[in-house]
Design a protein around this ligand. Structure first.
Ligand code: NAD
Length: 490
């Protein structure tokens, strides 16, 4: 693939393409349109990228189709080698890529660096998985023949990613798709297209053949996705984003009966039982709540704490939250960067106001910062009452609402009272009790005495309206394969 593009020097030492990547060429949008990318720490533009059109989307399908047969039949060892090289290149440039994420997403530098490392690991993990795709041979119960099951690449995949983890959500999809032998079209979030384009350049440098990975920034998400999904050559949709958009895309995909993997919104309960180690629980809450400044689908959204320890837990949590430094992610000492845009600040402000109107008290924070950029103070709310909007919706900001409970059963009932089911957290010194509660929780993942669950080797995903399918682990690769059964005798 070629790596020439109108590039941006957003970060010293890293040249970031700003055009579309189609069939190995960096090209302007069909109508020449571009859109601006904003730095959330200053609310000022940092550059612009090509704004893909519907025709560009269809050109991506043509390119992915032209490359499909060649990539599907490329030796798994070779696919693995390319992914390994991509892992190495990302790792070598981790600080530069982290700075790029800081600029367009706003998160703090440590969070951005953590994301780049996590993102690169998906390339390494799937480089290792690429050579371990297995099938199965069974004997028919009647004893008359063999049942042979092989796994084949599912076909062209449309990948749509959100702004909150612009590198990791892309590699979590591209890694397994390429390992399985699929060609892809990635449509990154319009807030953060630069990181996706930088990943595209790395893949090109790593030796991904032209057309295998196509990258299509576009502010016309709906039209472009619809046109691509209506092309019968496209066989897979993998989406990470809000439940609302996911639901709309499932309707679109239904027309062509396209296989869908959906990583949608969350509303994670964080349960602290009365026998929990409070130091561990507070530390876990800080990670579960504040990773990415609270802008994570896995963020602890509702903190349920046993009545006997609730006051002490809230006090310690508030002290830890108050000690965080808020500022531009580009300052290396910053713990919490800005939210992504003004709408995010407005939403958090509204949720906090509603909770207060319904009786909650502010233990720390509770306000947006009066300065340029989209900053909100780390906040702890206590005495949050049932019916508060903040317990029903994703907060996506640095606010921790604490709710008191009396029995394990009550905690589980409260935790499960949501249409979401992505992740839950449980803290207890008694492993059997912790496991019992974990099993009763309606979520795809549980952090037991841990505030973070994400791991490229683990199956990440939700139940209920948090999604369909799993990313990461061995399961993540199977999402990009179709099983074929061959009945045979010998
Ligand atoms: P979003 O749903 O607004 O956007 C996600 C992506 O979809 C973006 O690329 C966007 O441009 C695109 N999009 C928007 N409208 C579209 C349409 N009509 N058709 C096709 N594409 C469209 O979500 P967001 O604000 O970017 O991200 C935040 C959300 O993502 C939160 O709900 C969060 O919980 C969720 N999320 C989930 C996971 C997970 O693994 N479950 C991970 C990260 C984020």
């Amino acid at each position: 693939m070629t790596v020439q593009s109108t590039s941006l020097d957003v970060v010293d030492g890293l040249s970031v393409p700003s055009d579309l990547l189609i069939g190995g060429d960096w090209t302007a949008a069909g109508d020449g349109g571009r859109f601006e990318v904003i730095d959330p720490a200053t609310a000022q533009p940092i550059g612009s990228v090509a704004n893909g059109t519907v025709e560009d989307g269809l050109r991506c399908v043509d390119a992915a189709d032209a490359a499909a047969a060649g990539w599907a039949t490329t030796a798994p060892r070779q696919r693995s080698r390319v992914l390994t090289r991509a892992f190495e290149l990302m790792s070598e440039r981790e600080e530069l890529l982290a700075e790029l994420i800081v600029r367009e997403n706003g998160k703090s530098f440590p969070d951005a660096l953590g994301e780049v490392r996590y993102a690169a690991e998906f390339f390494r993990w799937y480089a290792e998985e690429a050579v371990r795709i297995t099938g199965e041979i069974r004997t028919a119960p009647a004893g008359t023949n063999r049942i042979m099951v092989v796994r084949q690449p599912i076909g062209i995949a449309l990948l749509i990613t959100p702004w909150n983890f612009p590198a990791a959500m892309a590699t979590r999809k591209i890694g397994p798709a390429l390992a399985a032998g699929c060609t892809v079209i990635l449509k990154p979030a319009s807030e953060t297209p630069l990181t996706a384009l930088a990943v595209g350049a790395i893949l090109a440098e790593a030796g991904v053949p032209a057309g295998v990975v196509n990258i299509l920034p576009s502010r016309r998400s709906g039209e472009v996705a619809r046109a691509v999904l209506r092309d019968s050559r496209v066989r897979k949709l993998s989406f990470t984003g809000s439940t609302e958009v996911g639901r709309a895309l499932l309707h679109e995909a239904a027309d062509q009966v396209i296989s869908c993997s959906m990583e949608l919104g969350g509303n994670a309960p964080f349960i602290v039982l009365d026998d929990a180690d409070l130091d561990v629980a507070v530390e876990g809450a800080m990670v579960a709540k504040m990773r990415n400044g609270g802008e994570a689908c896995t963020a602890a959204n509702r903190l349920y704490v046993h009545r006997s320890i609730a006051a002490e837990f809230a006090e310690r949590l508030a002290a830890a939250m108050a000690g965080l430094s808020v500022g531009p992610g580009s300052d290396r000492g910053t713990d919490v960067g800005p939210l992504v845009n003004q709408a995010a600040v407005d939403k958090v402000t509204e949720l906090v106001a509603d909770a207060r109107d319904r009786g909650a008290a502010v233990a720390t924070g509770g306000y947006a910062l009066d300065q340029p950029g989209y900053f909100y103070a780390p906040t702890v709310l206590t005495g949050v009452t049932p019916g508060s909007q903040i317990l029903a919706e994703e907060i996506f900001g640095p606010v921790a609402p604490v709710v008191v409970f009396d029995t394990d059963e009550e905690a589980v009932t409260l935790a499960n009272a949501t249409e979401y089911g992505l992740v839950a957290y449980v803290f207890s010194r008694d492993l059997a009790r912790g496991l019992r509660v974990s099993e009763a929780l309606e979520s795809g993942m549980v952090g037991l005495n841990r505030g973070v669950v994400s791991d490229p080797a683990a199956p990440f995903g939700g139940v209920k309206q948090s999604g369909l399918g799993r990313e990461g682990g061995h399961e993540g690769l199977l999402e990009y394969t179709e099983s074929k059964y061959i009945a045979t005798n010998w």
